[in-house]
Design a protein around this ligand. Structure first.
Ligand code: HEC
Length: 152
């Protein structure tokens, strides 16, 4: 009985995962109009609390390596390569933030040091096993957009 329930649960979960995974816009299919990406990359609304975690996580966004952010004063070592992100949600609309995160080059030009987190347009010397992979997933981008929009 228990086993049957479990395999049922696994089926439902994987079916749900498959549906979500299919709904994500692939990195090569993202449409950028000037500096806007109007359409969210997934069908799941961004979660600001998770976005904050991705921002801090040194193995994911690692945004603090380059940006200071007063919303996380408890974190040590805020970088100074990029501007402070205080008030980013006032300076930028969501569709612009989405572009900055997907491919910062589309907003700041080719010379920017900010990585394209959902772009395949990366440097020439990419480790073989990383070719065709993005730094973050579509839902991570949406969560970060939701979080940055709270920085007023
Ligand atoms: C390697 C350094 C680096 C990393 C890592 C980085 N950025 Fe940036 N970012 C920059 C620089 C530099 C700029 C300024 C644009 C320019 O002139 O290139 C910038 C600009 C921005 C801006 C617009 C700034 C404003 O408020 O006007 C936002 C928003 C932003 N970054 C968010 C992020 C987020 C979120 C992450 C993590 C997912 C991140 N950045 C990771 C370097 C970085």
């Amino acid at each position: 009985m228990e086993i049957r329930f479990l395999s049922c649960a696994v089926f439902v979960c994987s079916a749900a995962y498959f549906t979500f995974a299919q709904a994500d816009t692939a990195p090569g299919d993202v449409e950028i109009n000037a500096i806007s990406i109007d359409k969210p990359l997934t069908d799941v609304a961004g979660d600001p609390a998770n976005g904050k975690k991705i921002f801090i996580n040194r193995k994911q966004g690692n945004c603090l390596a380059c940006h200071a952010n007063s919303d996380m004063k408890d974190q040590l070592f805020h970088g100074e390569v990029g501007p402070s992100l205080d008030g980013a949600g006032t300076r930028w609309q969501e569709d612009h933030l989405r572009t900055i995160l997907v491919n910062a080059k589309a907003v700041f030009g080719d010379q920017t040091v900010m990585p394209g987190f959902y772009s395949l347009e990366v440097g020439a010397d990419v480790r073989k096993d990383l070719i065709g992979k993005t730094i973050l997933q579509a839902q991570d981008i949406e969560d970060l957009v939701a979080y940055l929009s709270t920085l007023k």
